[in-house]
Design a protein around this ligand. Structure first.
Ligand SMILES: *[C@@H]1O[C@H](CO)[C@@H](O)[C@H](O)[C@H]1NC(C)=O
Ligand SMILES: *[C@@H]1O[C@H](CO)[C@@H](O)[C@H](O)[C@H]1NC(C)=O
Length: 769
């Protein structure tokens, strides 16, 4: 496979990008062309061709003489990407040997105390001189890296793992010496992006693996950054920063640019990462939800998984409403976000004496203790959504010298503070609305700020509306540790049920994703706003983008301890040892509601890496199991060929069910009976089969079930599994006998196998529709 050298491509006009970086003379040479990904059925190549590329080319030339391929793919899919008119694409689709012609689509980024919070520091398993973790390579598909950071220091590392085939691609601002024994590879993929949006303007961003955004540096250093003593953002979160697999190696694949990421580049990045020899792939990005065979990340992840590469992806920031999940394919590990026990408090005192605690990372001059006038942005603005403190919406005469309460939503949080500052305001209270509940996200604001939850925000508004001379002051509170309860589910973290395959529970688990300290680009300030001229080596940001690389790095540690484990075994270890209750036995809370959360929010629970190293038993799965899954969801042979690049015929006489995929969790969709009164006398009976592999010592495991509903009877057979040899496999079945419940009802249960030392836990969710 060959990545073609960057060429000067004619470009198409861009509709939804708000800032232009397209050279005027070059635009619109091919106004009707779009990028398409062409999936080829290589098994049908006529014998007259020696080489599949020749065949692809002649098939392409039969519809367009002038078209040139952007990329060819051989690891992730069989095929290529190319710019064509819609008519040409339609013609091409009718040629022999074509499985699918698919339009390129846009993906978006799902925008350290975590080692201590995860119990990594006291664990002998991760001794600094244990050599194996340094052989694990984490490929990060993101916005690139800022290689000069101390987080990429390689002094604790030995030579680059043998067998590594990656490269350090250079550009105007990226030298081959930018890579080292920590950052062992760096590549960039811009052809799809440039085909869609025009040539990259190198004064705005570097056409190289260099990170001009910050997101990629943050995710890469979270997964595998080296230890940095004395790290902080403006003194906040001060301490020793390190990635999860601090001796792991990083290979950066820059597939996202300032205007976003496109699927043809993502696919090209995954193609190369597989070829280069990464062990883990970390993708903190997602597209709009589609069938697995149309979803670039799902297709690329399938290829990676078949090569033994563990793929970890962010679940998306679409919470708290259900349905915002991304990356739900069962061979992907889907990661949601929780908080840690660390906050950055900012204290509000109102004129009536009431006090509230918010959050902020403001580092400038504080307000001083005296009260000052407090106004609601909705009352002092000239526009209809003035409550949001949009740029230029506040009336200076009504804001000058005052603290302004702004509502969260729509524009960036730090930009709201800037709007207040530019109108002459002295401070900001940033209030959550419904969507964000009690979730406090701290930002490096430009003026003294306290971000408060919805309850406090509502109360402060009530005070402003009832008190003509409302006043307040804001005082900084530094960094507070030991905050309880923690973790809680981040309001933004995307939740189940799984919209594509409801019988696979997603997300799989949660990891820290709120107010995470990690490395940052030197190109933009901590808020990422153009007005922000500050430079920081570490930044604190939030998102499932941040939780995903935690799991990528922890998977590297598990993989280092057990190099022979499959991606499914690694995921199983992380999932079955995850916890969903606090030490006092109460369920993990949901920040959006303040109520106990459910497996739809956290999957198997919060990752517990120390336990994951010794899970006792694992639910393993092979590529064939995933192919059987594709049969179970009734994929046609050509859809299976797109996914797997193989001929795989589902057997007519075999009964395939999703229920039998050897997954470490159970999702049981049930039908509401439509009999008279909505009830039914006949119960539904469903049987799920699972196989456990012993990865510990010989032991006898007993099952136990806890459940909330009486509507379902759960029967496990057998109830005792006796493992006498290592790697022994034992199968059990779970029979669910369910009565009808009203549509929309959900209920939860928990299944555990224990030998007295290990607990191998699985969540069970029931949902009636
Ligand atoms: C790591 O190195 C230290 C100091 O060189 C040594 O005392 C310790 O035993 C080593 N630990 C392991 C697990 O090799
Ligand atoms: C301020 O805005 C609130 C909410 O929109 C409204 O109820 C209140 O009457 C306004 N107060 C003034 C003084 O305009």
């Amino acid at each position: 496979m060959k990545i073609f050298k960057p060429r000067l491509l004619p470009v198409v006009a861009v509709l939804f990008i708000c800032y232009a970086f397209v050279d005027a003379e070059e635009t619109n040479n091919q106004p009707n062309k779009k990028t398409f990904i062409i999936h080829m059925d290589k098994s049908t190549m006529p014998a007259s061709y020696d080489d599949h590329l020749q065949w692809y080319d002649s098939s392409l030339k039969s519809v367009s003489q002038s078209a040139n391929m952007l990329y060819t793919y051989n690891n992730v899919i069989h095929g290529y990407s190319v710019q064509l008119t819609v008519e040409e694409a339609k013609l091409l689709e009718e040629q022999p040997g074509i499985l699918l012609v698919q339009e390129d689509v846009k993906y978006e980024l799902h925008t350290t105390r975590s080692p201590e919070f995860l119990g990594l520091l006291n664990s002998n398993e991760f001794s600094p001189n244990s050599s194996t973790p340094s052989d694990v390579i984490i490929g990060v598909l993101d916005t690139g890296v800022w290689p000069e950071l101390s987080s990429f220091d390689d002094k604790e590392l030995g030579p680059v793992p043998s067998g590594w085939k990656g490269e350090c691609e250079v550009g105007r601002t990226f030298k081959s010496s930018s890579c080292n024994r920590k950052l062992i590879g760096a590549r960039f993929f811009s052809q799809g992006y440039e085909a869609a949006f025009g040539r990259i303007d190198e004064t705005a961003e570097s056409k190289s693996p260099r990170d001009d955004d910050g997101h990629g540096t943050h995710t890469a250093t979270t997964a595998a950054g080296s230890t940095v003593v004395g790290a902080s953002l403006f003194g906040y979160a001060a301490g020793t920063a390190r990635g999860m697999a601090r001796h792991g190696r990083v290979a950066a694949y820059k597939v996202c640019w300032l205007g976003g990421c496109v699927s043809s580049d993502i696919l090209a990045g995954m193609e190369k990462a597989i070829e280069d020899g990464v062990n883990i792939l970390s993708l903190s990005l997602g597209g709009s939800l589609s069938d697995y065979f149309r979803d670039t990340v799902a297709v690329g992840a399938f290829a990676a998984t078949s090569k033994g590469i563990f793929v970890s992806c962010s679940a998306g920031n679409g919470g708290p409403n259900p349905g915002g999940l991304s990356n739900v394919a069962p061979w992907i590990t889907t990661v949601g976000a929780g908080t840690m026990d660390r906050q950055f408090p900012s204290y509000i005192t109102l004129g009536n004496g009431k006090k509230f605690t918010g959050a902020s990372l403001y580092n400038g001059k504080p307000l001083g203790g005296s009260l000052m006038p407090l106004v609601y942005a909705g009352n002092v603005s000239s526009t209809s959504n003035g409550n949001l403190c949009m740029k230029g919406s506040l009336i200076p005469e009504k804001v000058k010298g005052k603290i302004v309460l702004c509502d969260r939503g729509l524009n960036p949080r730090a930009q709201k503070g800037l709007a207040v500052k530019n109108a002459g305001g002295l401070g900001m209270i940033l209030s959550n609305t419904d969507t964000f509940g009690e979730e406090l996200v701290a930002d490096a604001h430009f003026i003294p700020t306290a971000a408060v939850g919805q309850t406090a925000g509502d109360e402060i508004k009530k005070y402003i509306f009832s008190e003509p001379d409302a006043s307040a002051t804001i005082a900084p509170g530094g960094t507070k540790l030991g905050v309880q309860p923690s973790p809680v589910i981040a309001a933004f973290s995307s939740r189940g049920p799984n919209p594509i395959t409801p019988d696979i529970l997603k997300p799989d688990l949660i990891a820290p994703g709120v107010n995470i300290l990690a490395g940052w680009t030197g190109k933009v300030g901590p808020t990422g706003l153009p007005e922000d001229t500050r430079h920081v080596e570490f930044n604190i940001i939030s998102g499932t983008s941040m939780s995903c690389p935690h799991v990528s790095g922890l998977a590297a540690l598990v993989k280092a301890a057990h190099p022979e484990w499959s991606p499914a075994a690694v995921r199983s270890a992380l999932m079955t040892t995850a916890y969903s209750r606090y030490k006092n036995g109460e369920k993990i809370q949901d920040l959006a509601t303040g109520m106990p959360s459910t497996p739809f929010d956290y999957g198997a629970g919060h990752v517990d890496p120390v336990s994951a190293l010794d899970p006792g038993l694992v639910y393993d799965a092979t590529v064939e199991d995933y192919m059987d899954f594709l049969c179970a969801i009734r994929y046609s042979s050509s859809m299976i060929k797109i996914m797997t690049k193989q001929e795989y015929s589902c057997k007519a006489d075999k009964k395939y069910t999703v229920a039998d995929l050897n997954y470490p969790s159970f999702a049981v969709p049930l039908e509401t009976a439509s009999g008279p009164n909505g009830g039914s006398s006949a119960a539904t009976v469903l049987k799920y089969t699972r196989t456990l592999t012993n990865v510990g010592n010989p032991a006898t495991y007993k099952v136990s079930i806890s459940q909330e509903t009486k509507a379902v009877k759960i029967l496990v057979q057998p109830e005792v599994l006796d493992f006498s040899t290592p790697n022994e496999k034992k199968t059990y079945t779970v029979m669910f006998t369910a009565n009808s419940m009203p549509s929309g009802t959900t209920s939860f249960a928990h299944l555990e196998w224990s030998d007295g030392k290990h607990v191998v836990g699985s969540p069970i969710v029931f949902s009636w529709t």
